[in-house]
Design a protein around this ligand. Structure first.
Ligand code: HEC
Ligand code: HEC
Length: 232
């Protein structure tokens, strides 16, 4: 009887210890997951100082011309369709991406290497510079009025419960600062690649988009990407 009681005690203690340590582990996990977001937020909220520093502005312009222009175009409208257009994009979104390339939260070998060399001030200046450039609009190849692409963008996909893209990215694709980026006029090839990367979590910096892309077929992704290229 005594032995049994002791055994019960050990089991009870074991259980308490196990649940306390499980709770502790969950706490730690939550903390590590929210950390990059909090850091990113702090950086985004830091005011840009480039206005009062003409010298720094020149330096930003020369970085844009000497480093970024080769891939993103001299005016932020890239010619290569797998490289995103940056012109007219919201500065907060651009800064979030650069910060996440630098910290490795968003993975892309080329951009991780480039962002690693940039300071917070440079990333702020470059984001502001590209946001002020004029976006060159594009044309859809096949997905105009009445197309599959249009119906996904405006109405979502009822069968798989994909919400309308317009509900977050705006009726004309201009996005809603600061959280939802502009999509209109973006190269369809780039958009299609990103949707695939969201689905596989190769791009894992936007849980909302991973959820959406995981419910889409490649045909649907291509159609909506083509529609967005012509959206204005
Ligand atoms: C060698 C080509 C190359 C150069 C140089 C380059 N980029 Fe990029 N950039 C890319 C590619 C490719 C992507 C898309 C990455 C992906 O698929 O996730 C990208 C993505 C980005 C994005 C994310 C845009 C979005 O819509 O999410 C930003 C912001 C960006 N680059 C800024 C810059 C800046 C600023 C510079 C200069 C300091 C620069 N890039 C230089 C190729 C380049
Ligand atoms: C619930 C809100 C929401 C809906 C609905 C939504 N998105 Fe997004 N989307 C976002 C957010 C937030 C981001 C920004 C991700 C980040 O900060 O990196 C984003 C980013 C994107 C990007 C990346 C843009 C770039 O320049 O790299 C693409 C492409 C995109 N969304 C396409 C779509 C499409 C297509 C649909 C409809 C099928 C859609 N989104 C519906 C919230 C949404």
């Amino acid at each position: 009887m005594l032995v049994l009681n002791k055994f019960k005690y050990v089991v009870l203690c074991g259980c308490i210890f196990a649940s306390v340590s499980a709770g502790f582990a969950a706490d730690v996990k939550i903390k590590t997951e929210t950390k990059p977001n909090a850091e990113t937020k702090a950086i985004i909220e830091t005011k840009t100082t480039t206005d009062k520093q003409p010298q720094q502005k020149d330096a930003i312009q020369s970085t844009a011309q000497n480093v970024c222009a080769a891939c993103h175009g001299a005016d932020g409208n890239s010619a290569i369709t797998l490289n995103p257009k940056l012109a007219g994009q919201h500065p907060e979104y651009l800064l979030k991406q650069l910060t996440q390339f630098k910290t490795g939260v968003r993975v892309n070998a080329v951009m991780n290497g480039i962002a690693a060399t940039l300071t917070t001030e440079e990333m702020q200046g470059l984001s502001k510079l590209y946001a002020e450039q004029t976006l060159t609009l594009g044309k859809a190849k096949k997905n105009g009025v009445g197309s599959l692409g249009e119906s996904i963008y405006r109405g979502g996909i009822a069968a798989t419960q994909v919400p309308a893209c317009a509900s977050c990215h705006g009726a004309n694709g201009a996005g809603i600062p600061k959280q939802f980026p502009r999509l209109s006029g973006q190269h369809a090839d780039y958009t299609y690649e990103q949707l695939k990367k969201f689905r596989t979590e190769e791009r894992a910096n936007a849980p909302m988009m991973t959820q959406i892309a995981s419910k889409m077929t490649e045909v649907q992704m291509q159609a909506v990407a083509d529609y967005m290229q012509g959206l204005k």
